[in-house]
Design a protein around this ligand. Structure first.
Ligand code: TYM
Length: 333
């Protein structure tokens, strides 16, 4: 059976971009693959985190996965640090085959390090190698993510190829990125040229999975748009990033294509479109936030699920790491 690995950083509010770009696709794929869905707390600490908040957020992300429809009886839902030794060890081995030139091309490092590049941590720089290790440690074949992770996945494929070539063995499968749906890159509600993101200082820029109905409606009402009417053809949304974003969100939330959405709204203005989008977003997201609240009220049960999943993950990862060390030539006595 093909295997999926994907993950999310427990670094604060999960938003509509995380849901539409990733989790919603995971839910749709979970019965066709053996799935590992991780809360990547080791990636989270590549930027400063408050310890208590990191722990809280790790449980919250697990709750979000389950509340969105991931079945914990079928999929493994666990935190990366539970297998921290294994993930870190494979990262080290893969680092030995990763040229600095490959890492220097990573745009996420440049964005996150900003102007103070000399002060950025080593882990932020090697972040994509840990991500490759996450995937390769499970011999994952498919990795469903949003568009912003494409470059990291290409690097993971390059690293897998470099290992196989160096040791002259077909050991790591080259993982296939799965960038699916109508909302692979959800944009900020305040600026159609920047990505919806947890780190945007304006909460108005994103819809959080925990926002209540009034907040969602208010954020969509205030979302930036243009004065034009909606066209009947998605191609006519070129050059209208805010309009294209809202239509894409509507399409993804209603399981339609942008063309189907425009067939219903062509010739209408945002005065009509926005309330329809609010109702749709609330109808999809309120059951999720309600479920999250319920799950978070029982942290012991959540921890039982996470702990059991980590055991399952270890049973897959341990033999792969053992074999990797064998290939590399480490004495295993
Ligand atoms: P993270 O935590 O930034 O995001 C989690 C997932 O949400 C997607 N996403 C979006 N999709 C569409 N529109 C957006 N505005 C948007 N913002 C975020 C991301 O593409 C991602 O799929 N490095 C990863 C976590 C990771 C990982 C892995 C993923 C660590 N190891 C191994 C896959 C496989 C990250 O930072 O995701």
């Amino acid at each position: 059976m093909n295997r999926i690995f994907s993950g999310m950083q427990p670094t604060g509010n999960l938003h509509l971009g995380n849901y539409l770009g990733a989790v919603r696709n995971w839910v749709a794929m979970q019965h066709d693959y053996e799935c590992f869905f991780c809360m990547v707390d080791m990636h989270a600490i590549t930027m400063p985190q408050d310890p208590a908040e990191l722990r809280r957020s790790t449980r919250e992300v697990a709750a979000a996965y389950i509340a969105s429809g991931i079945d914990p009886d079928v999929c493994s839902i666990f935190h990366q640090s539970a297998l921290g030794g294994e993930h870190a060890e494979l990262t080290w081995i893969l680092s030995s085959l990763t040229p600095l030139g490959w890492l220097n091309r990573m745009t996420q490092f440049k964005e996150k390090a900003g102007k103070k590049r000399e002060n950025a941590g080593l882990a932020l720089y090697s972040y994509p190698v840990l991500m490759a290790a996450d995937i390769l440690l499970y011999h994952a074949t498919h990795v469903p993510v949003g568009e912003d992770q494409k470059q990291h996945l290409e690097l993971a494929r390059d690293i897998a190829g470099a290992f196989n070539r160096h040791y002259d063995i077909e050991f790591f499968p080259l993982p296939e990125p799965q960038i699916l749906g109508e909302a692979t890159r959800v944009m900020s509600l305040r600026d159609g040229s920047s990505k919806m993101s947890k780190s945007d200082p304006s909460d108005q820029s994103r819809i959080n999975l925990t926002d209540d109905a009034d907040t969602i409606a208010q954020k969509i009402k205030r979302a930036k748009t243009d004065p034009e009417l909606l066209p009947d053809d998605p191609a006519a949304l070129d050059g209208r990033p805010e309009a294209a974003n809202l239509v894409g969100i509507y399409a993804a939330l209603s399981d339609q294509t942008a063309a189907q959405v425009l067939a219903d709204f062509a010739g209408k203005g945002f005065g009509q479109f926005k309330p329809a989008l609010s109702d749709l977003a609330v109808s999809v997201l309120s059951p999720i936030s309600e479920n999250m609240r319920r799950l978070l009220n029982d942290p012991a049960e959540l921890d039982r699920i996470i702990g059991g999943s980590a055991e399952r993950a270890r049973s897959v990862a341990a033999p792969i790491l053992h074999k990797t060390k064998d290939i590399v030539g480490f004495l295993q006595v």
